[in-house]
Ligand binder design. Structure first.
Ligand code: ZN
Length: 198
């Protein structure tokens, strides 16, 4: 039986953290409790709780624990997943450096990134957040399309241009284009921003 009250909601008291699957029952000392997700209660509701019909709430989202032996029931906080961590290697930091400049630094040589990664690992203890997109396999890229001979572009604004990342202050506006590496013979399509071909 569930029934809403018209009373003003009381303050929500914080729940104890999730204990463990084999937590010891506070009433019968049995080890082991069932777990059931319960949605938040925004205001007091009448419900069955440990053999008594009582008003409960407001309550946050929670894990309801029930002793496997005596059915004593209590609430614990949610336990969302934490990202899996592993110690970063030099190759990890090199990859992170290459992926993190977002076009601000052009032409970072592999030797420089490796030197920086080595120095950073000597100064810092770095863990890899394996849930970050930078560690996921890169999605397949559509092939670059060569211009169709004879095709006319009716949009006067639509021209293939090299689009740099955020421009560093103090550099002339044509610095990026003038200092861009010459395209290879395989790059016959529109030019990509730095890192755009990865
Ligand atoms: Zn118990």
């Amino acid at each position: 039986m569930t029934q809403a009250l018209t009373a003003e909601p009381a303050t929500v008291t914080p729940l104890p953290p999730y204990s463990s699957p084999d937590v010891k029952c506070a009433k019968c000392s049995n080890q082991g409790a069932f777990t059931k997700y319960r949605d938040a209660l925004g205001r007091p509701f009448l419900e069955e709780h440990n053999g008594t019909t009582v008003y409960r709430g407001p309550l946050p989202e929670r894990l309801e624990r029930a002793c496997e032996r005596c059915d004593y029931t209590w609430d614990e906080a949610l336990q969302p997943a934490v990202p899996e961590l592993r110690p970063a290697t030099i190759a990890d930091v090199v990859h992170a450096l290459e992926q993190s400049h977002s076009g601000w630094a052009l032409n970072i040589s592999p030797g420089l990134t490796e030197h920086m990664a080595d120095a950073l690992l000597a100064m810092l203890q770095i863990d890899v957040r394996t849930d970050h997109p930078v560690w996921q396999p890169a999605p397949a890229q559509p092939p670059l399309l060569a211009p169709v001979p004879g095709a006319r572009n009716t949009d006067p604004e639509a021209v293939a241009v090299f689009v740099p990342g955020p421009q560093q202050p103090g550099l002339p506006t044509n610095w990026v284009a003038d200092n861009r590496p010459a395209p290879t013979t395989s790059q016959t399509g529109p030019l990509l921003p730095p890192g755009g071909e990865a």
